[in-house]
Design a protein around this ligand. Sequence first.
Ligand code: PLP
Length: 436
Amino acid sequence: MFRKEDSIEKRNKLIGQSCRLFYSDDPLKIVRARGQYLYDENGKRYLDCISNVQHVGHCHPSITQAATVQMELLNANTRFLHDNILHYADRLSATLPEKLSVFYFVNSGSEANDLALRLAHEYTQNEDVIVLDHAYHGHLTSLIDISPYKFRKLTGQKAWVHVAPLPDTYRGLYREDHPNPAQAYADTVKEVIDQVHLKGRKVCAFFAESLPSVGGQILLPKGYSTKVAEYVHSAGGLFVADEVQTGFGRVGSHFWAFQLQGDDFCPDIVTMGKPMGNGHPLACVATTVEIAAAFTANGVEYFNTFGGNPVSCAIGLAVLDVIEKEDLRGNASRVGAYLQEQLKQLQTKHPIIGDVRGVGLFVGLELVTDKDQRTPATDAAAQVVRRLKEEYICVSTDGPWENVVKFKPPMCFSMEDAQLVSDKIDHILTDIESGH
Ligand SMILES: Cc1ncc(COP(=O)(O)O)c(C=O)c1O
């Protein structure tokens, strides 16, 4: 094994420098992992509060076994009949509303979102896309174009892309004291649609994460998506729910985060990825029979070399089994609620905590230098991340000002882990507030 210094030197030479490392000043070299724990080259154990990909826990033996068994039998592409893809599509279908009954398997969240764009274009024959401010939907060219988080730093906004305000009830246009933030924020989308029409253009899709994550661990006000879907549909467009970060039971009470909006809401397209294969590249698009039929009608084959292969589907099935067998949704609800409770207690003691929000194991701790102005405490958030690393805990920040400490740990995160993190944050914030 390379010494850590040599790994850094070699990486600097061999790997493109825009591929960044966590803790770039002193990166971690992780050589193995289990459950919610990462181990470095010296055997030091770190608590992982970040990896929403290793959903059922790092290196879960059931997932490894499912992969190995299928790898020894067959891995081929989906041009041959195979039952794994059918079993898997059936199982996913059981988690979704009935109308989302057709599946396309791909290899990454970006591929899923790019295909969702194509499906929406084919079905509506319209071009324009509405997205939420600060959103990130993937690294392909088509997705950089619909990701304000990226395009603002690059070539800018394309004429076919329109940005609606982020429905953030802590620091957005309408806040917790507004009588109906869901309606008010949905109306901002209606205004964007009206602007699109005034320009003589037509709406193809509204794209949003069911819980905007890069935007700062935001909970959409209940009723927002139903109303937006109504506006988007009457403009001839489709509602695409990006569940790449939030799906597969992370929110605890529901399998999909869009279901938090209520039974009267169903997206037209759902994209999924990260947690789906527990680290194996597996992603998917779910849609309706009608939308799939419009895509088929263009007569062009959709072929994805690796998407939906027997090994990927065996792994996907094993992930679903573990979520059920280990009651990981129940765990996400219980531990997530406890974590929020602990952090909310800290909020009464530390004025730097502006907001604690989240659902299940999707939690954000927003730091501010001034509670009334809600001025983002970006430096303090970076200090918390650095100091927690010294305590062998990995967290990261998000939000437009990088002042939201985020928690999206593997779903086996325990009460003891939640207690440990909140105790350490308590000490660190006491130090920061006393100027240490
Ligand atoms: C909400 C969301 N959508 C899409 C993607 C892209 O997924 P991938 O990196 O698997 O291409 C990401 C990745 O961070 C994401 O957070």
